[in-house]
Structures are given as C-alpha cells and as structure tokens.
Ligand binder design. Structure first.
Ligand code: FES
Ligand SMILES: [Fe+2]
Length: 383
C-alpha cells in the first residue's frame, strides 16, 4: 500500500470518535510510512526526552537518536542545551550513552567542544585557509523544561506553551516539578511506537491483559477533558492504590499534598504527543519516553519518580521496590500483547477497526495523527 492510499484511509479517522475507524494497520507496519512519520512528527514539534533532574550537574549529558538524528542533551553552567551530536570536522558521532564530561571531545580527530557546543580546540588545522574555530560550533536545538519534563524542538515555530495548552493546569495537584527520578530504565520492544503509547492510555484492555495483576482496581474512568493542547488526559478512580500489587498495598506512601480528595483516590493517564505518556498516581508518577527505531522496533525510557519529601522517607528503598514490581509486572503483560498485536497487523487481512467507549484517548490521538499526516498537511510541511 502506498503513502497516498494510506492517507485516503486516514479520512475515516475523525470526530466524533463514535463514528471513527481506528488507524490503518499500514500506519504501524509500513517502512515508507514510518519515514513520513519521522519527517513530519519527530523532526518537528516538541519531543519529550526525559526528566530534568536526570541531568543533575554541569556536564551531565544523555545521547539520543531521534528520527535518525544523533543528538546530545547536556547541562552547561546554567541550562539544559540540545546539540547535534555530529562533529563539524567529518561527521563522526561525538558522544555515546550518558555520563558527565567537561568538554565534548570527538574520538576521531580530537576536535573538542564546550558545554554550549562551541568548538574550542582543533589541532593541526593551520593549513586550512580561512578556517575560523568560531564558525564550527555544533548545531543547537531549543530545549525547554515544563513541570520537570524536558522538551526538545528541531524544526517548528510552535511555542511549547501553545503545544501544551492546559497541561499545567490539569496536572497542578501532582506537583510534577517536585517529582524526582528514583529509577530510570531503557528497553526495546518489538512493536510500533504508537502501540506502546496507546495501550498505556486505554482502560479497555485492563480486565483482559491485567486480569490477575492490576486490572480489577480500575473503575469506569471520567471522560477525557476537552483540551486545545497537543495531548490527551483521563482521570479515573481506583479502589486500591494503582501503583502497587494487591499483596503490597501496605507499602503505600502518603498522598501528594496538593491533590484534592478525589484525585487522591485514582490515577490520571496523560499522553503528550507524539512520544511521551505518564501515569500520575496519588503518591508518584511514572513516565515513558518513546523513541521509534523502525516500524517494528521501539526504544523506551521509563522513569519512576517520587515527590522529594517521599524520597527522604525512612525505608524508601524497600517500599519503592514494591512500586517497581507492580510496573514490571504490568509492563511485561503489556509487551506480550503488543508483540502479538504487531504480528497481527502485518497481515494483508488486517483492516481498520472501531473504537470502544474505554479508549477515547487512543481515538483522540488517532484524530490528531490523521490530521498531522493528512495529504494537505503533509504537503504543506514539505514545501
Ligand atoms: S570527525 Fe570529529 S574530529 Fe574528525
Ligand atoms: Fe496495560
């Protein structure tokens, strides 16, 4: 199926969602379509790369590959900065993995850049006519932090404030800026990036995929709030602490102080388009930052964060392990079904389905996505 045929099918993904079809399976499995997504969704707009406290000191850095582009996010003396992780000499990737450094030194011929990406030394370059070190800085990308989340932008004039709309207001009670990363992991899943985020944002699968773990806690959720920002969010009550398995409920930490009584009895799930979702529970948050590698391979960073006061609680290490156990259990159950779903979607007989009442956030994303990759929008952006 070519790009234009897929775009024709996207016309059936629409509001109201009760009459919408789901996204075409080709959007999940086609390599050509994947390239279009990378160009229009990941090389534009705001991509959420992590939590700001993961860069704790000047020189702390983390590398990423976003839509095929190597980038490094580093803390200089004042701020987080986004840099192209590609040497201005002959194009080697400069930094790898994560860590802390004083300068960014290219391993190939030793060109060295300061923490703001300015070239500060390049040996044996005297013979290069007119070579001026000041003209060989690394390309920088805007980075902004909102509520502790780090967003990077490659190519779009949209201010982050507009992108996020009502985000801060709807999450105020969870004191997101105060949440600190206690556990960070990186893993790969054999499914499409959208599947990973979709399953995290729907209640429909809970009583099937998580029947024996957390599935029974969840009551029928509230309707998602109508928002103008590029995200979807939905709160629902739970009859147990959704961050803990049944046998560990006594490990619960005190609720986040700014939450109201109702918010203390449930969980809010939020997906900031395109690549970040998190659960905001009564006492902690856990977030997923998703980096597509190919149509069928997805790298995920998982951050489990607690309020700063909770981190100082006696016995924090032991108690927080119960939260990680619950997340490990649920995510293993999700991954098994996601890989099974991806295999199904590869079939030529896989076709667009319909949305049930327990997956409005998935439908909301589908409508945003169909708009962003429609024929008119894609050709406008290509110009
Ligand atoms: S490619 Fe980096 S110093 Fe040569
Ligand atoms: Fe799940």
């Amino acid at each position: 199926m070519d790009i234009s045929e897929i775009q024709d099918q996207l016309k059936d993904v629409r509001y109201p969602i009760a009459s919408s079809l789901t996204l075409p399976p080709a959007c999940y499995v086609s390599d050509e379509w994947f390239e279009l997504e990378m160009e229009h969704l990941f090389r534009r707009g705001w991509i959420c790369v992590g939590r700001a406290d993961s860069w704790s000191n000047p020189g702390s850095y983390q590398t990423f590959r976003i839509a095929g582009m190597p980038v490094v996010v580093i803390r200089n003396q004042d701020d987080l900065v986004g840099l192209s992780n590609v040497c201005r000499h002959r194009g080697s990737q400069i930094m790898q993995g994560s860590g802390r450094c004083r300068v960014l030194t290219c391993p190939f011929h030793g060109w060295a850049y300061d923490l703001s990406g300015r070239l500060i030394s390049a040996s044996d370059m005297e013979s290069a006519e007119g070579f001026r070190i000041a003209e060989y800085s690394l390309k920088t990308f805007p980075v902004e932090v909102v509520d502790g989340f780090v967003f990077m932008n490659f190519n779009d004039g949209i201010p982050l404030e507009y992108w996020l709309g009502e985000f801060a207001e709807l999450h105020r009670g969870w004191m997101l800026a105060d949440q600190q990363v206690a556990d960070r992991r990186v893993f790969e899943v054999n499914c499409n990036w959208k599947q990973f985020l979709e399953v995290f944002n729907e209640y429909y699968h809970l009583r099937f995929v998580h029947l024996d773990s957390i599935g029974k806690y969840y009551e029928k959720p509230d309707a998602p709030e109508a928002v103008t920002g590029k995200f979807t969010t939905q709160f629902g009550l739970t009859d147990k602490n959704a961050g803990l398995l049944e046998g560990s409920q006594d490990m619960a930490f005190p609720p986040i102080v700014d939450l109201d009584n109702r918010e203390r009895r449930g969980v809010r799930y939020t997906w900031v388009y395109p690549n970040m979702a998190f659960g905001a529970n009564s006492d902690f948050i856990w977030s997923y930052h998703v980096f597509p590698r190919s149509a069928g391979k997805t790298e995920v960073i998982q951050n489990v964060c607690f309020p700063s006061s909770t981190l100082k609680t006696e016995g924090f290490e032991d108690r927080s392990r119960s939260y990680i156990d619950r997340i490990d259990t649920a995510i293993a159950e999700d991954i098994e079904i996601l890989e099974r779903q991806f295999e199904g979607m590869k079939s030529p007989y896989a076709v667009q389905g319909r949305f049930g009442s327990l997956e409005p956030c998935v439908a909301h994303f589908a409508c945003w996505y169909a708009g962003a990759l429609s024929k008119t929008e894609a050709s406008r952006l290509s110009r």
